[in-house]
Design a binder for this molecule. Structure first.
Ligand code: HEC
Length: 150
């Protein structure tokens, strides 16, 4: 690639990144609250789909897509908890920001446990799937107990 071409490319990329950053910055706390609730609904619907596979004792591979959806959403969820977004139409407790490392660890834990559910599904191991699903549900409950208002 010609040098000038590289420079143009770098400048374009830089601009694109700036505008993405600008947009994220312009998002209000209300937008973040809405976005994270949408993300938690992905958790809820996907967990329901996995539960159905476990309860019906159907092919474990049927749980893989939903488990991967949870893991992927968990990796994106924290960006929607900017400081100050404990105000408004939300059940997020202020403890989240006072104990950020613990909250972050809770979301990482869920990501790992959802990945384990996907692995059990891929392995076609129904007993492992059931155990991994139970452990994943524990990650949801632990965080809600500490950080979500009733
Ligand atoms: C690391 C913490 C954490 C983990 C892990 C977590 N949640 Fe939550 N969840 C929250 C918080 C905080 C809220 C409140 C969000 C708000 O009201 O702004 C919430 C809200 C919800 C809601 C309500 C969303 C709405 O529309 O108001 C559902 C449903 C939900 N979670 C399901 C789950 C499920 C299912 C899992 C596990 C697969 C899970 N959550 C894992 C912290 C967590």
């Amino acid at each position: 690639m010609a040098t000038w071409h590289k420079a143009v490319l770098a400048a374009t990329l830089g601009l694109a990144m700036m505008s993405v950053g600008g947009l994220a910055f312009a998002q209000s706390a209300d937008d973040h609250i809405k976005a994270r609730k949408d993300g938690f609904q992905v958790f809820r619907v996907s967990a329901g789909a996995i539960k159905k596979v476990v309860d019906d004792n159907s092919a474990p591979s049927g749980a893989v897509a939903a488990a991967e959806a949870i893991a992927q959403q968990a990796a994106r969820q924290l960006q929607h908890f900017p400081p100050g977004s404990d105000k408004g139409n939300t059940k997020a407790k202020p403890e989240i920001w006072a104990n950020w490392a613990q909250f972050e660890a809770g979301m990482k834990d869920l990501e790992g446990k959802a990945t384990a559910v996907a692995a059990a599904g891929k392995a076609g191991d129904a007993a492992a799937l059931k155990a991994a699903f139970g452990a994943m549900g524990g990650a949801c409950g632990t965080c809600h107990k500490a950080f979500r208002a009733d």
